[in-house]
Design a protein around this ligand. Structure first.
Ligand SMILES: [Fe+2]
Length: 204
């Protein structure tokens, strides 16, 4: 029989009546409130890595635009890249909160060559769609195993992700509309330099 000591490590309990004796601990010795389904945990770990992959991809896009003097686009992707890192951190925190250990996987070299700004935006939009699909998969897995903690954790993330898709679709549309014309791209670049990346608002 094990219990947690003051540093959170599993130690042999000398008394069966200790309140610690009934607490299950994770691989780092952290107390677990509710065990997480192993397949769901693996999927959460894989999703965390997908966010890190998105961080790398958007950093590559920020670099691509910086090399071409489009500083507004570069700034937009720099900020997106930073947000992806924050998303990965959220998942890491969640894994820890569930008493599990975070397993960081390999981040592949991101795509770094594109023919046009529209191609970069198309790649980015597709990445957003893929991230949403992965979140939806996590959500249904969590529902299947009645893991309410995970669905509650995912709710605001799914909402943010849907908003993000909307913004990327908007920017992709504007860049396509510019049709690779320098003057039009510079206008969009200027908007992005001022942090203006939101779709039209119809709610007044
Ligand atoms: Fe993300």
């Amino acid at each position: 029989m094990y219990r947690l000591n003051i540093s959170g490590q599993k130690v042999l309990s000398t008394s069966n009546s200790s309140p610690f004796s009934s607490i299950t601990c994770g691989p780092s010795g952290r107390a677990i409130a509710e065990a997480i389904d192993p397949d769901l945990l693996n999927a959460v770990q894989a999703h965390l890595n997908m966010e890190r992959q998105a961080h790398a991809s958007y950093f590559a896009a920020a670099i691509w635009f910086a090399e071409r003097e489009l500083r507004g686009f570069s700034r937009f992707f720099r900020d997106e890249s930073n947000s992806e890192h924050v998303h990965a951190a959220k998942f890491a925190e969640y894994i820890i909160a569930r008493g599990q250990s975070v397993v960081l996987q390999v981040v592949e070299a991101p795509l770094q060559s594109w023919a046009s700004p529209a191609d970069v935006m198309a790649t980015a939009f597709q990445m957003e769609v893929d991230v949403t699909a992965s979140l939806q998969q996590l959500y249904s897995m969590a529902e299947r195993v009645n893991d309410t903690r995970t669905t509650v954790f995912l709710d605001p993330i799914v909402e943010m992700q849907t908003q993000s898709e909307h913004e990327f679709a908007h920017l992709l549309g504007r860049v396509k509309f510019a049709d690779n014309q320098a003057a039009a791209l510079l206008l969009i670049d200027n908007e992005l330099d001022q942090g203006n990346n939101k779709p039209a608002s119809l709610q007044g």
